[in-house]
Write a protein that binds this ligand. Structure first.
Ligand SMILES: C[S@@+](CC[C@H](N)C(=O)[O-])C[C@H]1O[C@@H](n2cnc3c(N)ncnc32)[C@H](O)[C@@H]1O
Length: 236
């Protein structure tokens, strides 16, 4: 099914994937782009190890909204297997072309669920600079439920959301039609901040426990969550 969201990101992928992924007017070289992905993952991994030592397992990792595999490539070096999923078939095509050896793997998803991924099959789920672009809160809520479904009991997910509070002028700016806006502020690529409390309640409703948060109420708000292992709880 082709949705406006998929059509937009397919167009961005064809036009200039690296520019629209990082919205950097000086589009990074391919080598810099993947080096930045490694830095992103090193920073996230360092944070996880500091707040939840020994909790990251090797095994299978999933990258939601992987684009052309900027971070997925780095995940593939830390885990036995890594898969990136994305709503855009064009992004997935380019991701596969950039990784001709087939590792990591890449799959197209609907834009609100993880249906190619089996229940309780993932040892880690990651998502960076993706949920901030999804205009439909119900889709994000469903992704959070899906993270709960695909994680193995006891496994972790590190998910980034933009939870800034927007000023009134910033809110008004967002109501302007696309043709008046620079290309990185147009619908689907512009960011849609979410209320932190709403995000926390979505994790709770999905049975995910928040272990730590980094930079709350900012454009780089990271949530580290776990799927509780109830067998461990009842045994102790
Ligand atoms: C800013 S890019 C980030 C890509 C990657 N996470 C990175 O850090 O390099 C956003 C990506 O999210 C994807 N995306 C947007 N909406 C999505 C959705 N509803 N489901 C899955 N992917 C989505 C886009 O196609 C795009 O590849």
């Amino acid at each position: 099914m082709s949705t406006p969201m998929r059509q937009a990101w397919d167009r961005f992928a064809r036009e200039d994937a690296r520019f629209f992924i990082l919205t950097n007017p000086h589009s990074a070289s391919e080598a810099d782009f993947y080096a930045q992905g490694r830095e992103t993952w090193d920073a996230v991994r360092g944070w996880i190890e500091s707040v939840a030592p020994g909790r990251l397992k090797s095994g299978a990792a999933l990258d939601i909204g992987c684009g052309i595999g900027r971070v997925t490539r780095a995940l593939a070096d830390s885990f036995d297997a890594a898969t990136g999923v994305d709503v855009s078939a064009e992004m997935v095509k380019k991701a596969r072309a950039a990784h001709p050896q087939g590792k990591p793997g890449f799959e197209v998803v609907s834009g609100s669920d993880l249906s190619p991924v089996a229940n309780s099959s993932m040892d880690f789920v990651h998502s960076a600079i993706v949920f901030q672009h999804i205009p439909d809160w119900a889709a994000i809520e469903n992704y959070i439920r899906e993270v709960g479904r695909v994680l193995r009991p006891g496994a972790l997910a590190a998910l980034h959301l933009d939870t800034r509070r927007l000023s009134l002028p910033a809110k008004v700016y967002r109501t302007l039609p696309d043709f008046l806006l620079p290309r990185h502020h147009r619908r689907f690529v512009r960011r849609v901040p979410r209320d932190s409390a709403l995000v926390r309640s979505a994790f709770e409703a999905s049975g995910l426990r928040i272990i730590a948060e980094q930079s709350p109420d900012s454009d780089l708000h990271w949530f580290l969550v776990e799927k509780p292992d109830h067998s461990q709880t009842s045994a102790s």
